[in-house]
Design a protein around this ligand. Structure first.
Ligand code: SF4
Length: 445
């Protein structure tokens, strides 16, 4: 996942970037960083950890200027060393540059190998560093804008980018628009671009529009210029609606909470079940469960509690930590559950280990029946565009049928929402979205 932010034309640029990153912390919790420019120099502060742990008051004395970019990291490419935290800063022939990137490049290794052959030295494992090299070595082009365009034409995959020079800010979204990126106007002056609009609320910004797939926006001399640098072929990530984005964000032009709730309604229509109560797996199953309950008329109960002091489960890199975190995270309200037939709503099943533990926990708490209903299709393939889904072999639905998974997770029944029902819920053209981890139809490899 990851999140990116760019602030232009505001004297509190780095502080606003900080608040925006705080609002988007759910998109990555391994590391965070901010670069700012005062017109003469770019300064960067980055570290491992949460946004509130990294930044101290003194950092904002360093991060001066009216332009800033920021990033929260969730490792998909590279590793979790501090070197792989963003922004990626460099000095090169035209001065100083700093880049933040959300998404994954599918030809990163190819490009890196070519660059190494001609003598490039890399400091990080991130595909984002390729861009710095491509921009720096293109010395025939005298303008940074031209170098950036040449560089992004060489890379393939998912990229929502914000690039800071000493006096300009460039914003680019790949032609597929895999990852979201929105433009807002700050009430206190200037502009913001951010991965999710939940950041706009916190910093006091009005939503202007989404950055278009294939578009480059340049902020320079207090002006905004836009041009299409790619022919757009939208394939926006459907998983943003299912799981990643915060419910109060609008992504790809729609409110995430409303879409999730509508998916729950479609789930009730497509996959009804006789039950006494609808129970969400908190937090990501809540909106879909509300939709399911309203459509089916079955009462909604928050019968599983979540301990909010533990992070999301599949965001953590190792299996051991993941297992421990599931146990620490969820607990049932026994007197609500005893003797009841439950329809349990979750957003997705990845490895099946979490679902198994939830079903077992509910049965141990006295549930008579547990019917799992999943507000997305079965996840059968990995993501190559910036989401850290496990390998195909680790995805339970790539190996087992729905009936076999039901047996494995010890549920009385299991059913997944179909792609057609998701399309109904989003009320948009299917072709505008990527469903590759569900249908194996990868837009670019
Ligand atoms: S493969 Fe799945 S997670 Fe990745 S961009 Fe496509 S829909 Fe999103």
């Amino acid at each position: 996942m990851c999140s990116v932010v760019g602030i232009y034309g505001n004297e509190n640029a780095s502080k606003l970037a900080y608040y925006a990153l705080f609002a988007m912390q759910h998109r990555g919790q391994e590391a965070a960083g901010i670069s700012s420019s005062d017109g003469e120099h770019i300064k960067t502060v980055k570290d491992r950890g949460l946004v509130t742990q990294i930044f101290k008051e003194d950092h904002f004395k360093i991060l001066k200027g009216n332009m800033a970019i920021g990033h929260t990291r969730y490792s998909t490419a590279g590793d979790d060393s501090i070197l792989d935290a963003q922004p990626v800063f460099a000095r090169y022939g035209l001065g100083e540059i700093s880049i933040v990137h959300n998404g994954n490049l599918v030809n990163a290794k190819e490009i890196r190998d070519e660059l190494i052959k001609i003598g490039a030295i890399f400091q990080t494992n991130m595909d984002t560093e390729n861009l710095i090299h491509l921009i720096a070595k293109n010395y025939e082009k005298k303008r940074l804008k031209d170098r950036i365009i040449d560089a992004v034409k060489k890379i393939k995959g998912a990229f929502s980018l914000v690039i800071l020079s000493r006096s300009k800010m460039f914003v680019i979204r790949d032609p597929f628009g895999f990852r979201p990126l929105s433009l807002g106007k700050l009430k206190s002056g200037g502009y913001i671009v951010a991965s999710e609009t939940c950041a706009f609320e916190l910093v006091g910004a009005e939503f202007v529009r989404d950055v278009k797939p294939g578009e480059m926006i340049i902020f320079e001399n207090d002006e905004i210029k836009s041009e299409m640098i790619f022919e757009p072929t939208p394939k926006q990530c459907i998983f943003e609606y299912i799981y990643f984005a915060r419910p109060d964000s609008n992504v790809f032009g729609k409110n995430v909470y409303s879409v999730r709730k509508q998916m729950g309604r479609e789930l009730a229509r497509e996959l009804p079940v006789e039950a006494d109560m609808v129970v969400p797996v908190p937090d990501s199953g809540v909106a879909a469960a509300l939709g399911y309950a309203q459509e089916s008329g079955i009462p909604f109960e928050m019968a599983i509690m979540r301990n909010h002091y533990v992070g999301r489960t599949f965001i953590e890199p190792t299996q051991e930590i993941r297992d421990l975190k599931v146990k620490m995270k969820l607990s049932p309200i026994k007197h609500k559950i005893e003797g009841k037939r439950l329809v349990v709503i979750d957003d997705s099943i990845v490895r099946g280990t979490t679902s198994k533990r939830i079903v077992r926990m509910l049965k141990e708490a006295g549930a008579k029946e547990v019917h799992m209903r999943i507000a997305s299709p079965a996840t059968i393939g990995p993501c190559y565009y910036g989401v850290d889904t496990p390998t195909k072999e680790e995805l339970i639905a790539s190996r087992l049928s729905t009936e076999e998974i039901a047996k494995y997770i010890e549920a009385d029944s299991l059913a997944y929402l179909s792609i057609d029902s998701i399309v109904k819920a989003i009320k948009d053209k299917k072709d505008n979205y990527c469903f590759a981890c569900f249908d194996d139809n990868y837009p670019i490899l």
